[in-house]
Write a protein that binds this ligand. Structure first.
Ligand SMILES: [Zn+2]
Length: 48
């Protein structure tokens, strides 16, 4: 299981996305805060 932190491009809230694999290129997530559907790969938060 992979956990990825995402940031919504509209409301800027962050949320965790869990996936069984890294095939994220075509996937979208619905923001739990504002309901916007956004592209996962374009909104990954890279933690240091
Ligand atoms: Zn949002």
């Amino acid at each position: 299981m992979i956990r990825i932190k995402l940031r919504c491009p509209r409301c800027k809230n962050t949320m965790l996305y869990q996936s069984k694999d890294l095939a994220l290129s075509e996937k979208h997530k619905k923001c739990v805060y504002c309901g916007k559907n956004y592209s996962i790969k374009d909104n990954i938060v890279h933690d240091r």
